[in-house]
Write a protein that binds this ligand. Structure first.
Ligand SMILES: *Cc1c(COP(=O)(O)O)cnc(C)c1O
Length: 427
């Protein structure tokens, strides 16, 4: 059974003539799973429609943002209304205050927030701020975590780098890489060792509070709490990269869901409702070092763009007003997990399903998947076959075992049953 995707195929041929690899972000290419990317034309609720007219149940949600489904009417209407007022002013607008106030009211520990245009920018700026604030140089990050593509983060990174098996990135200078120290995720003993070896020179520890860029991996009990303690004791800035988990695990993100406080937090994905938006924020005392209050320079011509703001604001307001969305999403995802576990159990193959809230992923692994080493040791060739079998049956999963799936609340139990039934056919 193969779905016809002739128009997609011809668009891919055409795309490769003017766009590197035919894609504007490597995670969209099907490099690790093989085959050709599918070109979408439109989407509505939980369904994607490709240029050949095939329908898919969507499990990537644009890699997170479309938490209430695609073409969500209040967001679309707000964008249409505000677009008529001008798409950018280059001056402050009231919308930016509304957005900042809303975010500060939703998430813990954020006194001041600065809007940017991507998760990469948010993480890059938070790191500069942590260095400027502490006067220290080193950064500790975790193997398989992804914090965007700024130089400092492209060391043992997850997501597309893990998918494409890129260990070191040409173009990142040895000097930049030298200031980034790495540990295995969930390995607190390793963190303590590195902090001791570089005593007094660690500016920041950055972590995905739930990892989503090596599949979905949960923090071990006590892991984040221990990071918090170490950072407080050593005067290190703890940065939670909540680009994925922010407004997804709970209205207050991982800080609220896991009850651990960070010093700085970065956001992206859900915060822009599908528009290019990121943000970083945190304690007033640290954030006051950002220009124009302080000398840590950070800027953006289109930061706080009015169309992006009204889109994000409209979505976040819905999420704040209806906390039951998170219960509904978690219940649907748990239902999917139970169903997939039953379906895959028949295949007589080892597998692990990790899930928290509306994040879930399947690894074909004998061992529990707790860090990058165990995620890499899984049978990712088996994942590729699974991916294509599902795609041909109209189920759109992320095209890599190193990516979390994201549920959107527009998905129905009928959609989940259809997914589970089709999974049963893929053994
Ligand atoms: C996606 C992601 C980023 C990068 O965000 P972009 O908007 O793609 O630049 C950073 N951190 C995490 C945890 C992410 O999942």
């Amino acid at each position: 059974m193969t779905t016809k995707r002739e128009r997609s195929s011809s668009l891919f041929q055409r795309a490769q003539k003017t766009i590197p690899g035919g894609v504007n972000s490597p995670v969209r290419a099907f490099r690790s799973v093989g085959g050709e990317p599918v070109f979408m034309k439109k989407a509505s609720g939980t369904y994607l429609y490709d240029v050949d007219g095939n329908r898919y149940i969507d499990y990537i949600a644009s890699w997170g943002p479309m938490i209430l489904g695609h073409a969500y009417a209040p967001v679309v209407e707000a964008i249409q209304e505000y677009a008529a007022y001008s798409t950018s002013f280059g001056t402050p607008t009231e919308l930016e205050i509304d957005m900042a106030e809303l975010i500060c009211s939703m998430v813990p520990n954020v006194d001041l927030i600065r809007m940017v245009s991507s998760g990469t920018e948010a993480c890059m700026s938070a790191l500069r701020l942590a260095r400027g604030y502490t006067g220290k140089n080193k950064l500790i990050k975790f193997e398989g975590n992804y914090h965007g593509h700024a130089d400092a983060f492209l060391v043992k990174a997850g997501s597309g780098l893990a998918t494409l098996n890129i260990q070191t990135v040409p173009g990142v200078t040895a000097g930049a890489a030298m200031d980034t120290l790495t540990c295995a995720y969930n390995d607190i003993a390793a963190v303590k060792k590195i902090v001791a070896a570089h005593k007094g020179d660690v500016a920041a520890i950055i972590v995905e509070p739930v990892a989503g860029n090596m599949g979905c991996i949960l923090p071990a009990p006590g892991f984040l709490e221990s990071l918090r303690e170490i950072c407080t004791e050593e005067g290190i800035v703890l940065i939670f990269d909540e680009v994925m988990t922010g407004f997804r695990l709970a209205a207050g993100g991982a800080q609220e869901y896991l009850k651990v406080n960070a010093d700085l937090v970065t956001y992206g994905k859900v915060i822009g409702a599908g528009m290019p938006v990121g943000a970083f924020g945190g304690r007033r005392e640290i954030m006051e070092h950002i220009a124009p209050l302080g000398n840590v320079y950070q800027a953006g011509t289109l930061s706080g763009n009015p169309i992006a703001m009204i889109a994000g604001y409209t979505l976040l307001k819905e999420l704040k007003a209806k906390p039951s969305i998170y219960e509904s999403l978690a219940a649907k995802t748990a239902y999917l997990k139970t169903g997939l576990e039953k379906a895959i159990a028949d295949w007589q193959e080892p597998f692990v399903i990790n899930q928290v809230g509306s994040m879930i992923s399947v690894h074909f692994s004998k061992e529990p998947v707790v860090d990058f080493a165990t995620a890499s040791a899984a049978n990712n060739g088996r994942f590729s076959r699974f991916f294509h079998s599902m795609l041909d049956r109209g189920i759109y999963l992320p095209p890599s075992a190193f990516e979390s799936w994201f549920l959107n609340d527009a998905i129905s139990y009928e959609d989940l049953d259809e997914t589970i039934r089709k999974c049963g056919e893929c053994g």
